[in-house]
Design a binder for this molecule. Structure first.
Ligand code: NAG
Ligand code: NAG
Ligand code: NAG
Length: 421
């Protein structure tokens, strides 16, 4: 286990280095397909959230569902696999957890390797803090910015991109919990950084990284659906002189077609608006469910412009709009209510997909310190019981169609309970 302090598990670390990819899962290039028959198990966390809720009708409604027979639901999108709160993101294991906890749709964020193969990574240049690449000297040497130790008050740095390595090299990596130690003086120290409210408990061994093709095979075998996100390139395009943005957007769709996946099982997403228009124009069947990820109002001063732009989105034929949680809600004297942005999206008949639940510290801490996903409702949350308060406003008042969650079981519990499956 590579991410603990050497003092605690020196012996285990030595074993892990000797057998870097030992795992209970096969290491062949074709991911196993567990099949569609998994019984949904939401685990303990949703019950904890219900216990935390303030007394009232919603709590009573949620309590009454404690012993339900939970079903999977397309309402529940497994963000970066769906077990990301506690299991390394985009790993096989995170996807298995997402399936087990009832996600109907699993996410692969897509980036390309130096040999132009598509792999699942949250960003093109996150390998240094989501995998063990810096512990593999041959690959660490290929990083865009090699590891530089912290010194003279400057933080440790590294930048390792999927486009720095080949597909075959990518497949030798192990996924880890997202995070790094900015004070690190060695690559080993740099691996640490998991916040206390997450865990390294399920990062032991070698959590398995996935290619996009493996993800498709895996999720198809589960009988579930797909939401791939075309990540913004962090290299100059056209890459290598002739690999264009359009070729990249096309390749993503081609991999579903080659696998025989029906377009109605796929929600391709992008923050880059031209990608969404490309799919609508060039792949109309897949374009029907193309999702535009909006992050244009992170500066609240931009809300009026972002709301006005929704008319353009509608006119362009985009049918799915995916804003972050705080764009959709606001605090009315401590009560969570729909925002003008949500009202306008609904007036236009756009399908709203929200992101991302279960990605924040405990909400008692959020209330004190603030957090991106709660920046419009900081004073309206008190503890983790408000995860269901928020979700109820999103579902019953804003009528969102789907929501990304770092912990699928939480949303599966809610949507089964309210009869929305
Ligand atoms: C971060 O790195 C510094 C310097 O190597 C080390 O002293 C510290 O213990 C590390 N922190 C963690 C959480 O591993
Ligand atoms: C880009 O150009 C090189 C050199 O001409 C060629 O080998 C390669 O196949 C081209 N790649 C693409 C994606 O067209
Ligand atoms: C805001 O909420 C507080 C506490 O619930 C209440 O006392 C107060 O009257 C409310 N103010 C307004 C303007 O609704």
């Amino acid at each position: 286990m590579l991410y603990r302090s050497a003092a605690i598990v020196a012996g285990a670390a030595a074993v892990a280095v000797a057998k870097p990819c030992s795992s209970v899962f096969p290491t062949s290039t074709s991911a196993p397909a567990p099949g569609p028959t998994v019984k949904v198990d939401v685990g303990f966390r949703p019950h904890y959230i219900v216990d935390q809720m303030a007394p009232g009708p919603l709590k009573e409604e949620m309590e009454a569902c404690a012993n339900m027979d939970f079903q999977p639901s397309d309402f529940v999108i497994g963000h970066r696999g769906g077990g990301t709160l506690q299991i390394p993101e985009h790993s096989l294991e995170s996807n298995l957890a997402g399936q087990r906890m009832g996600s109907g749709v699993l996410e692969c964020d897509v980036a390309f390797t130096s040999d132009l193969e598509l792999v699942c990574r949250h960003s093109q240049c996150d390998l240094h803090y989501t995998t063990n690449i810096l512990l593999i000297p041959d690959l660490a040497a290929k990083c865009t910015v090699p590891f530089t130790p912290a010194a003279d008050g400057q933080p440790a740095t590294a930048t390792c991109c999927t486009s720095d390595i080949t597909l075959a090299e990518f497949k030798t990596l192990c996924a880890k919990m997202e995070g790094f130690n900015a004070s690190a003086t060695t690559p080993e120290d740099f691996q640490h950084g998991t916040p206390a409210w997450r865990t390294d408990l399920y990062a032991a061994g070698c959590p398995k990284v996935l290619t996009h093709k493996e993800h498709i095979k895996l999720v198809d075998g589960m009988g579930l659906k797909f939401t791939p996100e075309l990540k913004l390139p962090e290299v100059e395009m056209p890459f290598q002189g002739n690999y264009t943005q359009e070729m990249y957007a096309q390749q993503l769709i081609d991999e579903y077609r080659e696998a025989g996946i029906s377009p109605d099982r796929v929600w391709p997403q992008s923050f880059n608006y031209p990608d969404v228009l490309y799919w609508i124009d060039n792949e109309p069947e897949f374009g029907l469910q193309a999702v535009w990820l909006d992050e244009t109002a992170d500066d609240p001063a931009n809300f009026p412009n972002s709301i006005a732009f929704l008319d353009t989105v509608k006119a362009d034929g985009v049918q799915y709009l995916a804003p972050p949680l705080p764009y959709l809600v606001q605090s009315d004297n401590g009560t969570i209510v729909p925002s003008p942005y949500a009202d306008r999206a609904n007036e236009l008949g756009l399908n709203i997909v929200a992101w991302t639940l279960e990605r924040s510290p405990p909400l008692a801490q959020v209330r004190e310190e603030g957090n991106y996903y709660y920046f419009t409702i900081q004073d309206a949350v008190h503890n983790d019981g408000d995860i269901f308060t928020l979700l109820d406003v999103l579902y019953r008042q804003i009528h969102i169609k789907q929501i990304f969650s770092d912990w699928s079981g939480t949303v599966t519990y809610y949507i089964n309970c309210v009869g929305g499956v």
